[in-house]
Design a protein around this ligand. Structure first.
Ligand SMILES: NC(=O)c1ccc[n+]([C@@H]2O[C@H](COP(=O)([O-])OP(=O)(O)OC[C@H]3O[C@@H](n4cnc5c(N)ncnc54)[C@H](O)[C@@H]3O)[C@@H](O)[C@H]2O)c1
Length: 270
């Protein structure tokens, strides 16, 4: 598949750390689809990851931004418009970090200072991004913004911990900002709820391997890969989805609407 459906479009892609990152795949697919974009990540991730390789491959510039810092966000949006030569057509928010999971605190032993940081980096940052764009009038009419989420916002997955509440907030911000920005400028804002995917953030969740094989067995189409998620993002950034906004879009091979599968029942000896 290689259609230039993003030809002439300009964007920002948050969250490419290494080649397993979903954002990395999105950058590759956006590049194939003809878009130009800025890559961004937290300064520490820029030092640890391999984003330079991706920038070279896609002909992109890198602008550091810690999504929890207002000035970083403003600088990123202003610099991106300057470097890309105008207002933006699309943005991918692919950012997640749970400070309690990192410290191995269970859901019933959360440290609230850490939880505030998790909410700030992984959910409020989406509001910060959109509010900054709104105030700078950085997004074109009919532009498209996508954030990545997980079904733990709707159903309980015990090991997903505080990230479940964080994703619920992210999805709520999507609807509220989708309304306000849609009214003001016809900007579209959606979340894509992706299958478990083996990445740096994904594999930090306890019991991730069994998680992955359970959903593979439950989903009629199997788990959606990072590449397939990237293709969905490209479609969402394109003009083919102009009237889709304020939605949480499941990209999970049918997992979200499956109650039972033979494979799972068989594996239980039923
Ligand atoms: N991997 C999965 O199973 C899965 C499933 C559904 C949704 N998601 C979501 O996809 C998104 C991308 O995650 P991924 O799986 O590609 O993992 P990843 O670890 O490759 O990406 C997470 C990114 O967030 C960045 N980040 C963390 N703190 C930051 C900060 N303060 N400022 C700027 N950037 C910061 C990291 O540097 C990293 O690039 C996340 O929102 C995640 O919750 C992942």
């Amino acid at each position: 598949m290689n259609y230039k459906i993003l030809e002439g479009k300009r964007g920002i892609i948050f969250g490419a750390l290494d080649e397993r990152s979903i954002a990395w795949k999105v950058a590759e697919k956006c590049n194939e689809a003809g878009a130009s974009f800025v890559l961004t990540n937290a300064p520490i991730a820029l030092r640890m990851g391999t984003i330079n390789e991706l920038a070279q491959k896609t002909g992109s510039e890198i602008i550091p931004c810690d999504v929890s810092v207002d000035d970083d966000m403003k600088n990123l949006i202003e610099q991106s418009m300057q470097k890309l030569g105008g207002k933006l057509d699309f943005i991918l928010h692919s950012v997640g970090m749970s400070f309690n999971i990192r410290k191995k605190h269970s859901y019933t032993e959360l440290d609230y200072e850490l939880m505030k940081k998790t909410l700030d980096v992984s959910a409020i940052s989406f509001h910060r991004l959109l509010q900054t764009c709104y105030n700078l009038d950085a997004l074109k009419e009919w532009s498209s913004v996508v954030a990545l989420t997980y079904i733990a916002a709707q159903r309980v997955f015990p090991n997903y911990n505080e990230m479940a509440d964080t994703k619920a907030l992210l999805e709520s911000i999507t609807r509220s900002m989708g309304f306000h920005y849609g009214k003001k400028k016809k900007v579209r804002i959606n979340t894509i709820s992706q299958s478990p995917t083996f990445t740096s953030a994904g594999s930090g969740v306890g019991g991730f391997d069994s998680f992955l094989s359970y959903s593979e067995k439950m989903s009629p189409l199997g788990n959606a890969s990072a590449d397939e998620c990237a293709e969905y993002c490209v479609v969402m950034f394109s003009d083919y989805t102009k009237m889709v906004t304020m939605q949480n879009l499941f990209h999970d091979g049918g997992y979200s609407f499956t109650g039972a599968s033979e494979e799972v029942l068989n594996s239980m000896g039923i």
